[in-house]
Each structure stands twice: as structure tokens, then as C-alpha cells.
Design a protein around this ligand. Structure first.
Ligand code: ADP
Length: 590
């Protein structure tokens, strides 16, 4: 969607800091895993040495017994390497899973702490992609790419050391292989990302054009657009073909150049070793060992190079996951506690998009226990004001306070004990009914509290009739609750949270009319003894209120009792007149 502000993405520095902190949380596991990997790599290095010595021994004349012993030693090191590798991988997996679990927990914490306004303006799509695709990508990287890459790196380093320990001359063939490797890699990496992005974008375009054509098939036919659509798809396919050809070209240059740079050192070691041997400087055994070591390097280096791509994707996902934590909080807990239950809004201005206020200086002082009805045309700002009065958004200027403390100065769980917003949107979480209620209950609330809350909203009867009572699993996948039951669960949560002030946003207007009567009783029970600000779409609830606030164009245009406003002859009087004239209801003549 246009005009959406995407959620932030963490930069490289905070990424590194996070990875460092994460590594520091499990020093023992980390070092054990690394140590085991090094051990396994070292055990793998014995073979070339032993083989080299064997070649040397054969040249100098040896016995069968010696050959047998060498072969036995080779087998021994192989077994050792296998055992060490097994435990190394096990430890890395355990470490990986722990890190992953912590990452997910951190992410969930950050998502839950996101200001509602940010989620709304960024759209839930971005957040969903991050929770699904990015966590998947990251899991893959942490579970597979990172350990493989670390193992390859350790193996490569240890192998280079072993190769050089045969003789300093081995450095020369190794260095010769470096330039083609580095140049090829840099050439490829500089082009690959854009190339592959273009390729996947071209697939999306083909998809979009095709779907559009199929969905608009009637229009296409009616307007005779067939040819143009075919041409459009042809263009898309041409582009996709070009994009694929390009990435194919990248690979046809990159892979051979890599193969070449892998082979160069091996060949060079053989040649240089052969020359030095002919000069009598090195022994045949040394040449054999060196060549085998250099050959052994190919595999880990190849893995280091090919996994690099995967790691980059993982890092990009991590950056997007960490970005969520960087959204500035719009609440700052100051530790002040409200003194009393008085709710006051003073000179409140608020805008969703910068520079376009939807509230223009609202003052509203709500008496304790008062019932206020908010009415006004659609789009006037009633819901917005309701959300500010419930502390969901901070005002741009001015203040909304309860007992003298700004609503956004209170931590969310404390705020909910003072003011709560009730909307038609109720959600039943997957879990037991008990868990659904306990969300809102003070910690340690017992069975009695939960049952009393259900009873208060007239829901105890059906709750007890569930197959497993309060322990019945409800929500998606569990037992489906009716819309009215879901509303009652939400109301019972309110009873448990026990706020002294409620803001109702069209709380009962979407309810199934057959259930409405019943629910209104439940709602009335919840409202009893609390301060209520109701955004009213049906005027009779305004009629019952202590005061009526008419919101028009982002300000409170009229404020007073029903009788006062009717007598004043303003817009409320006009509304009342038209509503009253059109409907015959026993309340109308009250
Ligand atoms: P009411 O409840 O009186 O119908 P609202 O408070 O919903 O009015 O809306 C007031 C104004 O704010 C409208 O112009 C509406 O388009 C705008 N608005 C409401 N919600 C958002 C939002 N999430 N983002 C941007 N603008 C919004």
C-alpha cells in the first residue's frame, strides 16, 4: 500500500552487537562446540601426514607390518574424527536451538511492545512477513548455514596450518590460488544480488500480469484487449528470459573460475614440490603430504564461498527482525501513580499523519462514575478521541490524564487497571478458557475470581456445560465459541482487569440481534459502578447518559445533558428531532 511507513531495519552495527551479546550468553556451549570442531578437523589432518610418511617409507624400503600399523593408525584417526564430529555437531545444534529460541522470544517481546499506531501505519503485512519468512530464513541460517560455515572455516584454517607445517614452500602455491578466487568472488557477489532480485521480480511480474488477465477475463474479452494482453505477457517473458540468461551468464563465469582457483594450488604444489624434490630439498613424503593437504582445502573453501550467500540472507532477515525492536516506544513509564480516578483531557490535538490533525483541541473532564455519550457524524473523530481517552495513543499536544498522571506514562498492565477500551473486535486466543480469562486477571487470581467474573457476565452456565469446563480448549482449532460467547469472554476479562473507567466504541452495535438482549444484560453488569464513555450510534443510549458530547470536525461542539442540548436547539437537537420523528419507540417519548 502506498503511504505506508515500513518498520525499521537494524543497521550493521547493531546487528554485530546483538550477535556478540547472543554469543556471550552461552560461553560454555560455544567454546565446547568450537573446541570439538577444531579437534575433529585436527583428527582429519593425520591422514595426509601418515600417507606421506608411508610413501616415504615405501621409497626407503619397508615391511608389511609397518604398512599395517600405518593403516591401523589411519583407521583410528578416522574413528576419532567421526566421534568428535558427532559431538561437535550435537553441541552446535543444541547451541543453535537455544539461540534460535531466544531470538524468537526477543522478537515476540518486541512485537508485543510495538506501539499500536506503528503497527497500523506499517500495515500488518510487513510484520507478518517478518514473523514468518524472516524467522524461517533465520532458522535455516542458524541451524544449517552458520554451523556448516563455521566448520568449513575451522577446517580450512587448520588445514592451511598443517600444509604450511610441512614446509614454508607450500605457502607459494596457496597464494597463487588466491587472486582468481578473490577476483571471481568479488565479481560475482557484486552482480549476483541484483541479478537474482531481477529474476525473482520478473517472476512476480509474470504472475501479476497473468492473474490480472485471468481475473479480468470478461473485461479483456469485452474490450477486445486479447492481443494487448498477450503482448504484455510476451514482454514479461522476454524480460524474465533476459534476467535468467544474465544469472546463467554469471554462473558460467563464476563456477569455472572457482574450479580453476581450487585446482591451481594443487597443481602448483605438485609442480613446485616435484621441482624441489628433484633438487633434493624436500622428501617425497613431504610432497605427498603437502599435495594432499592442499587438495583437502578445496572442499572447505568451496563451502565457505557457497554458504556466504545463505549467511547474507540470514543476516538480512536478522536485521529485519531486530529492526522491530528499534521502533521508538510511545509510552514512557515514569513510575508516577494516579491519585484518584478522575479522567481529564485538556487541549488534546492528535494526528495520524504528520501535519493533518484529526482532533483540534479537545477538552473533556469526566466525573467519577459519570456516563458520557459521544455522538456525531462519521469521521468526526469520536473513535480517535476514544482511543486517546483509553491511552492507546499519546496526544500530539495537550494531555490525557487519570488522577493527574498521563495515560501513556503508565505501564500497559497498570493502565488497564484504570481505563480500558471496549470495541466490537474481540479475540478468543487458542488455549483453555481459563487461560483466556487469566490474561486479564491479576497474577495469582484463583479459580473463584475467574468463575465470579464469568458469573457476572452471565456466562458461567455455558462455561460449566463445556466438555471440560474452564479447561476446555477454545479458539481456532479448539472448540468454537459463538460470537456472543466470545463477547462474554471479553467482558469477563474486563471484570477481571477491573478498570474504573471504560471507553465503549460501538460495543454492542454489531452483535447478533437475537443475542443482543442477553449481551446487553452482561454489559450492564460490567458497566455497573464504573465511569463510562460510550461512543453511541444509537441515540437512545445518549438519552440515558449523564452528559452528551457532540463531536464534530475534531472538536467537541456541544456538551451537556440531553435536555440541555435539546433545549439549546443545536445539532444534537436536530439529530434527536430526526431520529425521534422517524421511529416510534417507547423510549422516544420518555
Ligand atoms: P469517527 O469515530 O467519528 O467516525 P474517527 O476517529 O474514526 O471518526 O476518524 C477521524 C478521522 O481520522 C477521519 O478523518 C479518519 O479518516 C481519520 N483516521 C481514523 N483512523 C485513522 C488511521 N488509523 N490512520 C489515518 N487516519 C485515520
Amino acid at each position: 500500500m502506498s503511504g505506508r511507513t515500513a518498520l525499521p531495519v537494524a543497521d550493521a552495527r547493531s546487528l554485530r552487537r546483538y550477535v556478540r551479546d547472543l554469543a556471550r550468553r552461552h560461553p560454555r556451549l560455544l567454546w565446547t562446540a568450537l573446541g570439538l570442531h577444531v579437534g575433529a578437523a585436527l583428527a582429519g589432518l593425520a591422514a595426509p601426514r601418515l600417507l606421506g610418511n608411508l610413501v616415504q617409507a615405501v621409497e626407503e624400503g619397508t615391511s608389511l607390518g609397518h604398512v599395517d600399523r600405518v593403516v591401523l593408525a589411519l583407521a583410528g584417526f578416522l574413528v576419532l574424527q567421526t566421534v568428535l564430529t558427532r559431538y561437535a555437531r550435537l553441541t552446535s545444534q543444541v547451541l543453535g536451538e537455544q539461540v534460535l529460541a531466544e531470538l524468537r522470544e526477543d522478537f515476540v517481546d518486541h512485537v508485543l511492545a510495538l506501539p499500536v499506531g506503528t503497527v497500523e501505519s506499517a500495515g500488518s503485512g510487513d510484520l507478518l512477513t517478518r514473523t514468518s519468512r524472516d524467522t524461517d530464513q533465520l532458522s535455516w541460517s542458524v541451524r544449517w548455514a552458520l554451523p556448516e560455515w563455521t566448520i568449513a572455516l575451522i577446517t580450512a584454517v587448520v588445514t592451511v596450518i598443517a600444509a604450511v607445517s610441512v614446509g614454508w614452500w607450500v605457502l607459494l602455491p596457496l597464494v597463487v590460488g588466491l587472486p582468481p578466487l578473490v577476483i571471481g568472488l568479488r565479481w560475482y557477489l557484486a552482480r549476483a544480488k541484483a541479478g537474482y532480485l531481477r529474476e525473482s521480480a520478473s517472476y512476480s511480474t509474470i504472475n501479476a500480469t497473468l492473474t490480472e488477465t485471468v481475473e479480468g477475463a470478461r473485461t479483456v474479452e469485452a474490450l477486445g484487449l486479447g492481443r494487448e494482453r498477450v503482448e504484455a505477457i510476451d514482454d514479461d517473458i522476454r524480460e524474465s528470459y533476459a534476467a535468467e540468461r544474465y544469472t546463467l551468464y554469471l554462473r558460467t563465469v563464476f563456477f569455472p573460475s572457482m574450479e580453476l582457483s581450487y585446482l591451481i594450488p594443487t597443481v602448483a604444489t605438485l609442480l613446485l614440490g616435484g621441482y624441489l624434490y628433484s633438487q633434493g630439498t624436500v622428501s617425497l613424503g613431504e610432497v605427498t603430504a603437502a599435495t594432499l593437504y592442499v587438495q583437502m582445502l578445496i572442499d572447505p573453501v568451496d563451502r565457505i564461498v557457497s554458504i556466504l550467500d545463505e549467511l547474507q540472507l540470514g543476516a538480512a532477515s536478522l536485521a529485519r527482525l531486530l529492526g522491530v525492536a528499534q521502533v521508538p516506544d510511545d509510552r514512557t513509564a515514569t513510575g508516577r501513580h494516579p491519585d484518584g480516578e478522575q479522567l481529564d483531557a485538556s487541549d488534546v490535538r492528535f494526528s495520524y499523519t504528520e501535519g493533518r490533525d484529526v482532533l483540534h483541541g479537545v477538552d473533556l473532564h469526566v466525573g467519577v462514575g459519570e456516563r458520557i455519550a459521544m455522538v456525531g457524524p462519521s469521521g468526526a473523530g469520536k473513535s480517535t478521541l476514544g482511543r486517546l481517552l483509553a491511552g492507546i495513543h499519546p496526544p500530539r499536544t495537550g494531555s490525557v490524564t487519570v488522577g493527574g498522571v498521563g495515560l501513556t506514562e503508565l505501564p500497559l498492565d497498570e493502565l488497564r487497571g484504570h481505563v480500558a477500551l471496549v470495541t466490537q473486535e474481540v479475540h478468543v486466543f487458542v488455549g483453555t478458557l481459563r487461560e483466556n480469562l487469566a490474561l486479564a486477571a491479576p497474577p495469582g487470581a484463583g479459580e473463584e475470581r475467574l468463575r465470579d467474573a464469568l458469573d457476572a457476565v452471565d456466562a458461567l452456565e455455558w462455561a460449566d456445560a463445556l466438555p471440560e469446563g474452564l479447561d476446555t480448549v477454545v479458539g481456532s482449532g479448539g472448540r468454537a465459541l459463538t460470537a456472543a460467547q466470545a463477547q462474554q469472554v471479553a467482558l469477563a476479562r474486563l471484570v477481571l482487569a477491573d478498570p474504573h473507567t471504560l471507553v465503549l466504541d460501538e460495543a454492542t452495535s454489531l452483535i447478533d440481534p437475537r443475542a443482543a438482549r442477553h449481551l446487553e444484560r452482561s454489559l450492564a453488569a460490567v458497566l455497573a459502578g464504573r465511569t463510562v464513555i460510550a461512543i453511541a450510534h444509537r441515540l437512545f443510549s445518549a438519552h440515558d447518559a449523564d452528559r452528551v458530547a457532540v463531536v464534530e470536525g475534531g472538536v467537541i461542539a456541544e456538551l451537556g445533558t440531553h435536555d440541555e442540548l435539546v433545549a439549546a436547539g443545536g445539532s444534537y437537537a436536530a439529530l434527536w428531532e430526526s431520529w425521534n420523528g422517524g421511529v416510534t419507540d417507547d423510549r422516544a417519548d420518555a
